[in-house]
Ligand binder design. Structure first.
Ligand SMILES: Nc1ncnc2c1ncn2[C@@H]1O[C@H](COP(=O)(O)OP(=O)(O)OP(=O)(O)O)[C@@H](O)[C@H]1O
Length: 612
């Protein structure tokens, strides 16, 4: 081993890549004879570490902030050598930064989120500890309480630290890989954070702090949530109806919350708090029949909480899978009126409408049983997992198939409805468009307007969010056309419309946004980058955009009838070119070329011209 004193200066150069794809620290060493050598990690143990004053192997064990300190205390042996060292060092460090960014090793947004938390907590220990590299590939992080995997932040565990400060509601929005957070037993104040961007969260422990305000609805959408511990805070408002089957540990005690606290557990329909007496009434002939008892014995899991009750997936012993929707907030209908309305819904039969299989009616409980759509809803397909490795691209051809399927279903509903003052669907949005095991489109929740009490419908249903209802309290078939236009824009832009955004998500006024975008020619930003392939939007997308803009005209009279809309949508084709381009489009975040900008720009001007 060479003693440290034989070496004039040793410079840390950075990490170079090796075959195992992990960084190897390299040092530039000045020997007494003034010769320069670059030493890889294997020989790194011969040098005394300037960071902790004893010999170390490997050099990686130095705290990350050492690098900058070390570089700043270098003494040049002569001017030219100094210059050479500076240039080499800068080049190597630059290479390292690039390598880290390329290999998921550095996520600026995540780092900013943690630095913002550090500023909030204003804690001297975190101030001195949370410095330097945060998460580097699969190396252990030195940031206290932070867990990383593959260079991403997966956990924040800061317990019993007397942390103070008012946390921001959006503190976690950039930590999309987060799966554990525990801030228990501190003095943190503020409202609970929004969790809509943290779909992988499994354990949340914010107990024994000073959080105030309501429990956010975004927690209801965390499908992997196993533990939610919020006890001993100053929370107010209702306890939301948690029904995730994953939830094993739940505590919201010692707050000022109202409502009952049902301890959620893996769901079984036997756990219905009511005794169900009576019969299931089947309205669909081509399905196997079963009794209410069979349904009560089925194992079940929560699918989600909608505006009109919870939905459960029930797996019957005979192997059949059905969806059970518990209806709440209905109009006070007699049994005969209820049955008449349900029959009217059940009589609507079309390949693109989710069929109602059966219903259950009693004074206290009303259930609808539907076919299970195995591929879930279009909202999740379109927006779920964005920016993560779990994202399954939603291709242009699939989006166009959804646009067609929905238009066909709507045209059928409109054709079968005489009244001009109702919206035959009434609640069209991407979470009510489902995909079956063959990716066929099934529109759900049609016809519920006839069952829901008006004040509730006016608050929660899409047709009551239209410009005509807001200005004149009117709805009509054209209200569905408006909702369809918004759905098309959602499919084309990948953006979430405000009127149908789930709780905790801020959408955009899509119609207004697209009209403005066309007027001001921000052409590159309009189409979802996932479908705006290398040469930019293709003719089909532009045509669909034109149709969408007509459908969401402010004035209902200017909107086309759905049969004309369907005829136009049927003409839109997926060109072979665009399919091939999409498939070869490996990087979804590739920016549009100048050509694509001008092509899109021209086409958008045409759209604008057509509208004048
Ligand atoms: N037949 C079905 N197959 C598969 N998933 C379904 C089915 N019906 C409903 N779901 C899912 O269950 C969840 C709750 O559905 P529900 O229709 O109650 O609420 P929603 O669509 O979110 O809102 P709204 O009540 O306004 O329609 C949603 O994620 C929906 O996609």
């Amino acid at each position: 081993m060479k003693p440290f004193k034989q070496i004039r200066h040793a410079y840390f150069l950075g990490f170079s890549a090796d075959n195992s794809n992990r960084g190897v620290p390299k040092f530039l060493v000045f020997l007494p004879q003034s010769s320069l050598i670059a030493v890889p990690e294997s020989q790194g143990n011969i040098y005394k570490s300037p960071c902790n004053n004893h010999y170390i192997t490997p050099f990686l064990q130095c705290p990350a902030h050492f690098h900058s300190q070390y570089l700043s205390i270098m003494v040049p042996s002569n001017f030219f050598t100094f210059l050479l060292v500076i240039i080499i060092t800068l080049l190597v460090l630059q290479k390292r930064v690039n390598a880290e960014e390329d290999s998921n090793g550095f996520h600026g947004n995540e780092r900013d989120a943690l630095l913002a938390l550090k500023a909030t907590f204003n804690n001297s220990f975190l101030d001195s500890n949370w410095t330097g590299i945060m998460c580097y590939m699969n190396e252990k992080t030195y940031w206290y309480g932070i867990q990383c995997f593959n260079g991403r932040v997966t956990g924040i565990i800061l317990e019993n630290m007397k942390l103070t400060g008012e946390i921001k509601e959006d503190a976690l929005v950039n930590l999309t890989e987060l799966s554990n957070i525990s801030l228990k037993n501190n003095l943190i104040s503020g409202k609970l954070m929004k969790f809509a961007n943290n779909p992988k969260l499994r354990n949340i422990d914010l107990s024994s702090n000073k959080f105030h305000g309501e429990i956010p609805q975004s927690l209801l959408y965390l499908n992997s949530l196993e533990a939610l511990l919020l006890q001993d805070n100053d929370l107010t408002g209702p306890i939301p109806g948690f029904n995730q089957s994953s939830l094993k540990s739940f505590n919201v005690s010692q707050n000022n919350l109202s409502g009952k606290c049902h301890k959620p557990k893996p769901f079984n329909l036997l756990a219905f708090p009511l005794m169900l007496k009576g019969k299931l009434v089947f309205v669909e002939n081509n399905q196997p029949r079963f009794e209410l008892d069979d349904l009560l014995k089925a194992s079940a899991e929560g699918l989600g909480k909608g505006n009109f009750g919870n939905c459960y997936k029930a797996m019957l012993e005979i192997g059949q899978v059905v969806v059970v929707k518990r209806l709440i907030d209905l109009k006070p209908l007699s049994s005969d009126e209820f049955v008449r309305q349900v029959r009217a819904i059940a009589n609507q039969k079309h390949p693109n409408l989710l069929p109602l299989l059966a219903y259950y009616y009693s004074k206290d409980e009303k259930l609808f049983l539907y076919r299970f759509a195995a591929h879930g809803n279009v909202y999740n397909r379109l927006h779920g997992g964005r920016g993560t490795r779990d994202r399954i691209p939603f291709r242009w051809s699939s989006r166009l198939a959804v646009a067609r399927g929905v238009a066909r279903a709507l045209e059928y509903l409109h054709q079968n409805t005489r009244s001009q003052t109702t919206a035959p669907h009434g609640n069209l949005k991407s979470s009510n468009v489902l995909l079956d095991e063959n990716e066929e489109t099934l529109v759900s929740d049609y016809g519920l307007t006839s069952l829901i009490a008006l004040p509730i419908a006016a608050q929660r249903m899409v047709s009551y969010k239209t410009p005509e209802y807001e200005s004149h309290k009117l709805i009509s078939k054209k209200s569905d056309v408006w909702s369809y236009g918004c759905l098309l824009l959602e499919l084309l832009t990948g953006r979430i419309p405000t009127h149908s955004a789930p709780p905790g998500i801020n959408g955009v006024d899509l119609c207004g946004w697209v009209h403005r975008a066309v007027r001001e020619e921000w052409t590159a930003e309009i189409f979802d980058p996932e479908i705006a392939v290398v040469r930019g939007a293709n003719q089909g997308m532009l045509r669909l955009m034109q149709i969408a803009m007509k459908c969401c005209e402010k004035s209902p009279e200017k909107r086309p009838e759905i049969r004309h809309v369907l005829a136009e949508v049927e003409k839109v084709r997926v060109s072979v070119d665009s399919e091939e381009e999409e498939l070869s489009h490996s990087s979804l975040e590739r920016s549009l070329t100048d050509d694509s900008l001008s092509a899109t720009s021209t086409a958008m001007v045409v759209i604008a011209d057509n509208r004048r």
